[in-house]
Design a protein around this ligand. Structure first.
Ligand SMILES: Cc1cc2nc3c(=O)[nH]c(=O)nc-3n(C[C@H](O)[C@H](O)[C@H](O)COP(=O)(O)OP(=O)(O)OC[C@H]3O[C@@H](n4cnc5c(N)ncnc54)[C@H](O)[C@@H]3O)c2cc1C
Length: 443
């Protein structure tokens, strides 16, 4: 038996803690609670773990939900997961930007690469290149508390007020941040953008060789067999337990709500419901590769057509297991809230395909359209003022975690799970030395 193959088994004895939701936050919390010696049940409404960090197989292609990217600089990823077992595959340093009808390679993520890449980046004048290179180098070396003490505004406003030229902003920073924040209007807090850029400057964008789902998979592998019950939907919660559709009431000393923000607000009326950034991802396959490199291709233009593309990536260049032999898998992201016609998101595919021809500089006419995924609530919005540590303790016995409590990312979800577990341990009088140290790190 694995940690999570026990769908619809009969109702278990009441555990110490019920965790609602088997996404990254719930799994990270369960791990910390079990490590402290508690008996934990994770109940998950769907038939799989991972929540938004999942993938599905289609005819030999691996379609990650939304072409998600990790960063080797995510502190919680480094702390909580054995990165070797994840077999992370880094994208090529820097990004390719498509602007004014041509494509160019620009600033790489690590300080040496920054200096090298900025020397040949055809953006703006030499003053711009020097400014960008040194700004990213400074950002990489700036301690997080100092970044968080900067005045806070929207990312769009910060970009226009920091003395960088419009070409530098529009030709690099804006498309990069749009892609990394899933926010085409750049209404995200400038502090979040600073942290994201800092991570970009220090780490490498990467994906597990086995796909996005490997991240929750590795977390769940470390749980005792039978910890996660799939196909169990919680319908109401309280400090003493939960009600489920499948097993009636499960009592517990503590309940930890680790669902997405919308489900959390439904189960816990009064909890703040954020806005969301939708993400729509188109998957195409083609013989050969349109770009023989795993590099993020950013669309810096705002075409007036119906489907402005944010970014695209040849996933099979990250790892060959994303596509059958001899084929390539291209994932292309369209951002922003839009109303689809009767054809749904697939109705935009011809416009996306036309743009891909321009972006990659090769005809996409013969590419095979595999699938499209539209997630209206993909990423909780983080406008200013952004609270990086929303409370995770509702009352003694009832806790809440998820990316909506910290930052809208794998890093935020993992950290919120750990913070919530610490709050449970403190209330149960179990936060010993190790717990206190963890609590300080999570604070
Ligand atoms: C398209 C897309 C692109 C993204 N790109 C990136 C990226 O590039 N980099 C990055 O770091 N992050 C990215 N993210 C964000 C990242 O995926 C999330 O921040 C993270 O996975 C959230 O984890 P979570 O545990 O907080 O919530 P979820 O993953 O939403 O997990 C919540 C779980 O609770 C379950 N649940 C809900 N209601 C109930 C109920 N009543 N009973 C039982 N179970 C319930 C759900 O089924 C789900 O499994 C992206 C997200 C999306 C969707």
């Amino acid at each position: 038996m694995t940690a999570y193959d026990i769908t619809r088994r009969s109702r278990p004895a009441d555990p110490d803690v019920v965790v609602v939701g088997a996404g990254l936050a719930g799994l990270a919390a369960a791990r910390a609670l079990i490590a402290a010696g508690l008996d934990v049940q994770v109940v998950e409404a769907t038939e799989r773990i991972g929540g938004r960090m999942a993938d599905h197989q289609l005819d030999g292609y691996r379609l990650d939900h939304g072409g998600q990217l990790l960063n080797t600089d995510f502190p919680e990823l480094i702390r909580r997961l054995d990165l070797d077992s994840l077999e992370l595959r880094a994208l090529a340093p820097g990004v390719q930007v498509h602007s004014a009808g041509r494509r160019y390679r620009t600033v790489g993520p690590q300080p040496p690469a920054i200096r090298q890449a900025t020397a040949r980046a055809p953006l703006g004048g030499s003053l711009d290149k020097a400014r960008l290179g040194s700004a990213l180098s400074r950002l990489a070396a700036t301690p997080v508390p100092r970044l968080l003490a900067r005045p806070e505004t929207t990312t769009a406003r910060a970009l226009s007020e920091r003395g960088l030229s419009p070409r530098m902003v529009d030709g690099f920073l804006r498309p990069l941040l749009t892609a990394l924040l899933s926010d085409p209007a750049l209404g995200t807090s400038s502090r979040v953008a600073d942290l994201v850029l800092r991570g970009y400057a220090r780490g490498r964008l990467c994906l597990p060789a086995a796909g996005t789902a490997a991240v929750p998979g590795r977390l769940a592998d470390a749980l005792p067999p039978g910890t996660v019950r799939l196909g169990v939907r919680v319908t109401s919660i309280g400090a003493g337990g939960v009600l489920t559709e499948e097993h009636g009431r499960i009592g517990a000393r503590a309940v930890l709500l680790a669902t997405d923000a919308r489900s959390a607000a439904e189960l816990l009326p009064g909890l703040r419901l954020p806005d969301f950034h939708p993400v729509t991802t188109y998957y195409h396959s083609t013989a050969g590769s349109p770009l023989a490199e795993a590099v993020l291709l950013l669309d810096a233009e705002r075409p007036s057509g119906a489907a402005p593309v944010s970014h695209s990536l040849v996933l099979s260049e990250v790892h060959p297991s994303y596509a059958p032999a001899g084929r390539s898998l291209v994932a292309t992201t369209v951002l922003g809230r839009r109303s689809f016609d009767a054809g749904g998101p697939a109705g935009l595919e011809p416009a996306v395909r036309a743009r891909l021809t321009e972006l990659y500089g090769v005809s996409a006419r013969e590419w095979e359209f595999l699938s499209v995924r539209h997630l209206p609530d993909a990423v909780p919005a983080m406008p200013p003022p952004h609270n990086f540590r929303r409370p995770v303790r509702v009352l003694a016995g009832l806790y809440v975690c998820g990316d909506h409590r910290d930052t809208s990312s794998a890093q935020g979800a993992l950290l919120s799970g750990r913070r919530a577990a610490q709050a449970v341990l403190r209330d149960l009088g179990m936060a010993g030395d190790a717990g206190s140290r963890e609590a300080r790190e999570a604070a």
